[in-house]
Design a protein around this ligand. Structure first.
Ligand code: NAD
Length: 344
């Protein structure tokens, strides 16, 4: 068995790859894993074992069709994690999100068809649905993305669907809620707050802090992905939820406690543009059909995550601002371009 994992040096992809290599997935003890990763700012080769007899690491771009056609033959399955994944960055520069998330998915699926890959799992997100005030989304809900990141993921889901319908590709899509756990890039909320609070620095809460997310530990997410890979049906979408809904304020308060930081470090900043208020997934389908259930309680997982960042000082060094300016810089208009006295 040979599995091809894109984005395997990132947070979730590397967790999945490590779980394929550590012998903990029955039936996959001899599986060879090829990781394709462009090592963008978000990818870190140190997230993967430096040397492992069942791992091949390729530094490359998921948009590179000739490379994919060279690498994919002989692989039985593809798990597609590679993406630009940070909403804040998509507010400033959305072009790279369309390139990697949409064109990259198209190149990968095109190459899968041409090289006869048997099974594909496309990793997506709950953000494709927009925001929900009450209740939870089922897999049948319409896509209504609000950020350029979410729009690029929704578009990639539609590309994936078309490859099932048009080419008969055996592909399933997973849509997961917010992940947390060790090895996450420090730009994301939980690592950003943790690493700052461990240094006794202030943390910025967007708006009133009442935005609500459903959290799932990365280990539970990867268990769900693996169930979909091995037992999921072609053309189906599967939600992978954590069932643990928290406001950002509640998450921040739990982190203050775990990091031994005073409440005064919690500050407020203006809300993010187009900030979705609440995400919530109904994951009955994967629970009933594939036997998935999250196992890691948020309190336990969060404590483990904080302990990991406490122990890994090297992951606290690179600390870009969590909040890039969220406006696209306006280009000065040519003189007279918007002169209201002109009718045409
Ligand atoms: P991440 O940003 O930590 O990792 C992304 C990886 O993709 C990095 O290793 C990066 O180097 C690689 N990559 C980026 N562009 C590439 C390209 N052009 N070619 C090859 N590799 C490239 O992201 P993550 O949090 O691990 O997310 C993985 C997947 O899960 C994404 O598809 C994301 O949309 C999805 N997802 C994430 C979450 C979450 O909470 N983090 C929730 C639901 C779904």
């Amino acid at each position: 068995m040979k599995v091809f994992v894109t984005g395997g040096a990132g947070f979730i992809g590397s967790h999945y790859v490590r779980s394929l290599l550590d012998g903990s997935r029955p039936g996959f003890e001899d599986t060879h894993v090829t990781v394709l990763d462009a090592l963008t700012y978000a990818g870190d080769r140190a997230n993967l074992p430096e040397r492992h007899p069942r791992l091949t690491f390729v530094h490359g771009d998921v948009c590179d069709l000739p490379l994919l056609l060279e690498l994919l033959p002989g692989h039985d399955a593809v798990v597609h994690f590679a993406a630009e994944s940070h909403v804040d960055r998509s507010l400033v520069d959305s072009a790279v999100f369309i390139r990697t998330n949409v064109a990259g998915t198209e190149a990968l699926l095109h190459a899968c068809v041409r090289t006869g890959v048997q099974r594909v799992v496309h990793i997506s997100t709950d953000e494709v649905y927009g925001s929900v005030e009450k209740g939870s989304w089922t897999e049948e809900c319409p896509l209504a993305p609000n950020s350029p990141y979410a729009a690029s993921k929704a578009a990639s889901d539609l590309v994936a669907r078309s490859y099932v319908r048009t080419h008969g590709l055996d592909l399933s899509v997973t849509r997961c809620s917010n992940n947390y756990g060790p090895h996450q890039h420090v730009e994301k909320l939980i690592p950003a707050f943790t690493t700052r609070l461990l240094r006794q620095e202030p943390v910025p809460l967007y708006g009133d802090g009442s935005h609500t997310r459903e959290w799932v530990h990365v280990g539970d997410h990867c268990d769900g992905v693996h169930r979909v890979l091995t037992e999921g049906r072609a053309g189906e979408v599967y939600h992978i939820g954590g069932g643990d809904e928290r406001t950002n304020r509640e998450v921040a308060e739990a982190l203050l406690e775990l990091c031994g930081a005073p409440r005064s470090l919690l500050t407020h900043v203006a809300d993010r543009k187009g900030h979705d208020r609440r995400y919530s997934l109904d994951d009955t389908k994967i629970r009933e059909h594939l036997g998935y259930a999250p196992r890691i309680a948020f309190e336990d997982g969060l404590a483990e995550t904080v302990a990991w960042y406490r122990a890994h000082a090297e992951r606290r060094r690179h600390h870009p601002p969590r909040r890039p300016a969220d406006a696209i810089a306006p280009v000065p208009a040519p003189a007279g371009a918007f002169d209201s006295s002109r009718t045409r």
